[in-house]
Design a protein around this ligand. Sequence first.
Ligand code: AP5
Ligand code: ZN
Length: 217
Amino acid sequence: MRILLVGPPGAGKGTQAALLAKNLGIPHISTGDLFRANISEGTELGRRAQDFMRKGELVPDEITIGMAKDRMEQPDAANGFLLDGFPRNLAQAEALDGILTDVGLALDSVLDLEVPEDEVVRRIAGRRMCRQDSSHIFHVDYTPPKAEGVCDVCGGELYQRDDDREDTVRKRLEVYHSETEPIIDYYKAQGLVTTLSALGAVADVTQRALAALPDTA
Ligand code: AP5
Ligand code: ZN
């Protein structure tokens, strides 16, 4: 199955993607995680992406599309994948359609996670991420780790993301409304979108998402 998760920054895409990917046995492909891995490894791609990310702007399409295509062409993605954070504007959505059409494939479902803006701000302000594994995501109030600053799963160090500062979050929300939201209508025209509330317990949101997918409904 080929699924896209869309929703504002802090909606819980990464949290849900990790659980859904495990449940469905498909890889979780996050362009944000790929950029962060490149930055921590000090690659040229990471160096080019870093300034845009710090400012809350989109990394240019010529960098992003090639990176996403390379990842989708890895052997583990042959039978499906869960995209998180890509595509993020109409040009990327059209590029993805081209990439999939070329090999006779298409997206099966687009899950649109809905969360009010004040909740998004609370979720981002309290988020702590694991340095060892980007799928280990905590929140200081909602899902606190047992020991402060330490990942429950692997013992890795927890950190606050560079782009989670208040001014950058405001910019990311602005970019989401102007650049990313239009792709929801693009996919609605293809009959692919299910909008679901991302409020409530993490496990409840996962159940809602699974129920919305074509094969598991
Ligand atoms: P990216 O990493 O994709 O960030 P984002 O879309 O802004 O989303 P976030 O990671 O902030 O939030 P999330 O929805 O995954 O929420 P999470 O699960 O962590 O992108 C970062 C940057 O990279 C972009 O700004 C851009 O510069 C660049 N970039 C990436 N892709 C690009 C592209 N395609 N093109 C161009 N540039 C690109 O949850 C948030 C918090 O809430 C956590 O603390 C979590 O524990 C908590 N939480 C989650 N669910 C619940 C719940 N149900 N109840 C309570 N708390 C919850
Ligand atoms: Zn960890």
